[in-house]
Design a protein around this ligand. Structure first.
Ligand code: TMP
Length: 242
């Protein structure tokens, strides 16, 4: 409970609370980190605050570039006020460089620069382990109409262009990332969730040779250490730039 706000949903990395205005919610970012569908768990003091601040700055940048998002304002360092949306149970992943599950599930080599962004859509369902899903199955399950799915794909590709250049300006390569969308009270599709090093792969471009230096949750997934230092560095670069 944040003061008198009621907890409506608790996810792996965030808690959602009711707001006195029924069209809004409060989203509190937790210090918990999970990977591989919560098979691996840990807590990093300060992660919630860093992800909340980073997400807020990125949402502001997207809004300036005419992308509709749920972000309204920061309430504190680890809590944002957002529009209440009905989340569409899909995880939309965009890949610019092959890494992670793409390389585990195909013969594509890690680090391959993709000729065009690849969109992989997963069903958001922990019990089923978030399986990769097809457009046909999405329609079959009545999750979305093909028009709304196309709208989401268009928005995702636009967001990718905006974010690639945003991160390049702060010497980061946007390898891949995951988005979630929802319907607002007017039934418009808007971007929800968060955009942070928890759901983006970001590689440091300030390296003299070709070594990959991950400044994202791969530090935890792959036991590299230094997660808070990496997230703090991203927050610092964003603040210095904007
Ligand atoms: P993947 O290579 O494991 O499929 O991940 C692709 C991108 O999506 C990566 O930036 C991490 C992000 N992601 C999430 O945000 N949540 C998830 O549950 C998964 C599996 C990936």
């Amino acid at each position: 409970m944040i003061n008198n706000y009621k907890l409506i949903y608790e996810g792996k990395a965030k808690k959602v609370f009711s707001h006195s205005d029924s069209d809004k919610v409060l989203i509190e970012f937790k210090d918990d980190a999970t990977a591989f569908n919560a098979l691996k768990k840990a807590k990093f003091n300060g992660k919630g605050k860093l992800n909340c601040l980073i997400s807020a700055r990125i949402f502001e940048h997207l809004i300036k570039n005419n992308i509709p998002t749920h972000f309204l304002e920061l309430k504190s360092d680890n809590t944002m006020i957002a529009e209440k949306i009905k989340i569409i149970p899909l995880e939309i992943v965009v890949r610019n460089i092959a890494y992670g599950s793409l390389c585990k599930e195909t013969t594509i080599k890690a680090g391959t620069v993709l000729a065009k962004p690849l969109i992989d859509i997963y069903l958001k369902n922990d019990e089923l382990n978030d399986p990769l899903i097809t457009k046909e199955r999405i329609e079959l399950m009545n999750i979305l109409s093909s028009e709304d799915l196309n709208l989401i794909i268009d928005l995702t590709l636009k967001i990718n262009v905006i974010l690639k250049s945003f991160f390049k300006n702060i010497q980061l390569q946007l390898v891949d990332f995951k988005l979630e969308f929802g319907y607002d009270f007017k039934n418009n599709i808007i971007l929800g969730d968060e955009i942070s090093p928890d759901n983006c792969r970001l590689w440091d471009l300030n390296q003299k040779n070709d070594t990959i230096v991950s400044l994202d949750k791969d530090r935890f997934r792959n036991d590299l250490g230094g997660l808070i230092e990496a997230y703090s560095e991203i927050n610092r670069r964003i603040n210095d730039f904007t």
